[in-house]
Design a protein around this ligand. Structure first.
Ligand code: UAG
Ligand code: ATP
Length: 494
């Protein structure tokens, strides 16, 4: 029996003798499949790749993993010579199992840290990685900002990539000398079985709030919460933000031992005496990290209380790993996360910050944080993505109306919708709160307008895109980096 067939665990052979077949290459996209591949068929949101079987047979594919009985397939397979067909309950789970086996279970060879939560995954992952690197670990990073290891950067379409990509990436990281991986584990990743076959040494839960609910995401909040809680079924130890909603439920249902961190509640790891600090070259917070008898003063170079939570999660992991505190402090005092609370421009007494906040919760946190630095006016430039939940538009419109002194509505990955229609959705809630706004659908023009009208003491938050390097319209991706555009448009004013 071939090892890869055993790795499938549960399966039914429909045709041939797959146990005798070599696993040469795994493939799950007909456009990339080649003769001799094993092809996994699955039903997606746009396409059911079982329908691609005739095309795949033409290409010379002879080994299939399917989710249907033979009689439900689009072609009578019994007529083709030399075929092996295996049926599984879930092809995505099978893909994870096969991929882990194919790449020889690389996750078992490294320290694995997974982070889930509605907000804070990218920032926390970046902080954990910076601390690990400072302490001498060679660390790979996988998340919304892409894949980074050993000086290599790869773009990725999803926060948590497909299982095959994950397992392949782990192997590449290991071969490049990594001994640790920090990755964002999205609820979609759990739902789509991308993270199956990974056992995290530490799993972190940052927080949960209604998000990612809608067509092609989660059916409802219950489902979203369920998939987030999966992290504690796939971790050796858990770390829970005890101040977060549903923290007790996550704690109670965890299948692994857990530790807590908190600002408000009592927990194993706590942050106390938090102060906002703004100096010439430092904007952020100072706080005491308290763990039992241990008290350490921490300077966190990212402003805002929510970044204290993110730092606290990272310091707690460092403490569990027994990393010396001087390494932790040094990493956090200079931490910078691409597109997350990034101070991009300080000009004529005003400041422009780029941030990835792209839902009501993130936006509210961001604007609250910036208000604590007492700007003359708080100006926000934003749009909402097309073909995504409309709730996000209403939520962000309401927050802008309540919190910003002036709002500039613009484009942000309109995809297959008209920017004007998306703006109109945002206006429905925004205009109930304020009339101090303007709609400028072109994002570059919107940024120019913000800079041209800025006054001394203003804080301008350009949000939603953060680290992104493109704008997506009708399936086309055009380079658009907020940081670059801000600097280019500012140069025109000099
Ligand atoms: C709705 C959804 O989750 N879609 C994901 C899903 O695509 P899909 O399976 O639905 O795609 P499909 O086009 O219907 O294709 C189905 C199957 O046919 C195959 N195919 C397709 C076309 C073809 O010609 N031939 C062919 O064989 C595909 O390779 C696939 O195996 O599987 C793909 C591979 O894993 C994902 O890239 C894709 O994520 C899309 C891009 C997406 O936007 N997903 C969001 C919801 C998401 O996952 N977001 C989370 C972030 C959440 C957070 O921030 O917390 C994430 O982790 O990114
Ligand atoms: N711990 C937190 N609690 C609440 N809001 C946060 C927290 N951390 C960051 N944010 C806000 O959310 C935004 C996104 O942060 P980050 O990218 O770290 O989260 P994420 O979980 O990776 O988000 P996403 O899933 O949307 O990519 C930040 O720019 C900030 O406005």
């Amino acid at each position: 029996m071939k090892e890869w067939v055993e790795a499938l665990k549960e399966y039914k052979v429909l045709l041939g003798e797959p146990e005798k077949e070599e696993l040469k290459r795994i493939s799950y996209d007909s456009r990339k499949a080649e003769a001799g591949d094993l092809f996994l068929c699955m039903k997606g949101s746009k396409l059911d790749s079982h329908d691609k079987i005739p095309e795949l047979l033409e290409k010379g594919v002879r080994l299939f993993v399917v989710e249907k009985e033979l009689e439900d397939l689009p072609v009578e397979l019994g007529k083709t010579e030399g075929l092996s067909v295996i049926k599984v309950e879930n092809a995505r789970a099978a893909l994870a199992r096969l991929s882990a086996c194919y790449f020889h279970y690389p996750a078992k060879e490294m320290l694995m840290i997974g982070i889930t939560g509605t907000k804070g995954k990218t920032t926390t992952a970046s902080m954990v990685r910076s601390i690990l690197e400072e302490a001498g670990y060679r660390t790979g990073l996988i998340g919304t900002t892409g894949i980074d290891y050993a000086g290599i950067h790869e773009e990725s379409r999803n926060t948590t990539p497909e299982s095959y990509t994950l397992q392949e990436t782990f192997r590449k990281m290991k071969e490049a000398g990594c001994d640790a991986v920090v990755m964002e584990a999205s609820s979609q990743g759990f739902k789509m079985h991308r993270t199956d076959e990974i056992l995290f040494d530490y799993g972190i839960f940052t927080n949960i709030e209604e998000d990612h609910i809608g067509e092609n995401e989660h059916k409802d909040f219950q489902e979203y919460k369920y998939y987030k809680s999966m992290i504690f079924k796939q971790s050796k130890q858990g770390l829970i933000n005890m101040d977060a909603d549903f923290a007790d439920e996550f704690w109670k249902n965890a299948a692994c031992p857990c530790h807590g961190f908190a600002i408000e509640k009592k927990a194993d790891f706590q942050a106390k005496n938090i102060e906002n600090l703004r100096q010439d070259d430092f904007i952020g917070t100072r706080f005491d990290f308290v763990h039992g008898e241990e008290v350490e003063s921490i300077f966190n170079h990212l402003p805002g209380e929510y970044n204290v939570y993110n730092a606290l999660a990272a310091i707690s992991i460092a403490s569990l790993l027994k990393i010396p505190m001087d390494k932790v402090k040094s990493a956090l005092s200079k931490i910078q996360v691409n597109g997350r609370m990034e101070v991009t421009l300080q000009r004529n007494g005003y400041t422009v910050i780029v941030d990835y906040a792209h839902n009501a919760m993130g936006m509210k946190n961001l604007l609250q944080t910036l208000k604590a630095y007492h700007p003359k006016r708080l100006i926000v430039v934003f749009g909402c993505g097309g073909n995504r939940s409309k709730e996000r538009r209403y939520g962000m419109g309401e927050v802008a109306g309540e919190m910003a002194d002036f709002t500039i509505l613009t484009a942000d990955n309109s995809r297959y919708e008209k920017t004007e229609d998306i703006i109109h959705d945002i206006e429905t809630t925004l205009t109930k709160k304020t009339d101090k706004y303007i709609a400028i659908p072109d994002r570059r023009e919107a940024i120019f307008y913000a800079l041209k009208h800025a006054k001394r003491g203003d804080l301008i938050a350009v949000i939603g895109k953060g680290h992104e390097e493109y704008n997506e319209v009708n399936g086309e991706f055009t380079r658009f980096v907020d940081r670059e555009v801000i600097l280019e448009e500012a140069a025109k004013l000099d």
